[in-house]
Design a protein around this ligand. Sequence first.
Ligand code: COA
Length: 139
Amino acid sequence: MVTYKQDLENVDWEEMKATLSQDKFDNGRSPEQLRASFTNSYATCIAYAGDRIIGTTRVLSDGICNAYIVDVWTFTPYRHQGIASTMMRILLGKLQGQHVCLVTDDSIQFYKKLGFTETETCMEQTIGKWLRNTLLAEG
Ligand SMILES: CC(C)(COP(=O)(O)OP(=O)(O)OC[C@H]1O[C@@H](n2cnc3c(N)ncnc32)[C@H](O)[C@@H]1OP(=O)(O)O)[C@@H](O)C(=O)NCCC(=O)NCCS
């Protein structure tokens, strides 16, 4: 069974690094750098099969108007089961009122299904109504 965790309690960063490396999706961060990247993010979602990490997503955000999604990955044996879509929906649910961007080369269709539009520089969407979040805009 796949479970989705939004907190970073007990994350085994060595294991995350090893699985990313095995899956040829290691961009060179040490386990400690992975921990810092995820800890310093606005929100994260990690997918587990049992206690094994099989997917990641995280978002950088000011909490009001701009967000940037990175580290979207599903371990190859677990792809095409909706895992990345679920992680993305969990993150997008925390970005109400914000303009969300990401950069991708070859996953354009995947992100289009999640409501993103392709522009010259990135893929983007605004979640709900611009600036309509907990700190409401004036006027
Ligand atoms: C892109 C990526 C994150 C998608 O992960 P995933 O968990 O396989 O994604 P999902 O299962 O949610 O959706 C992917 C595809 O599976 C399909 N799918 C979803 N549930 C499915 C199911 N139960 N059965 C079969 N297919 C399914 C989706 O329709 C989608 O199809 P498409 O690729 O033809 O459009 C994954 O391929 C990956 O990690 N790639 C390498 C890293 C990468 O490129 N990340 C993006 C960087 S910006």
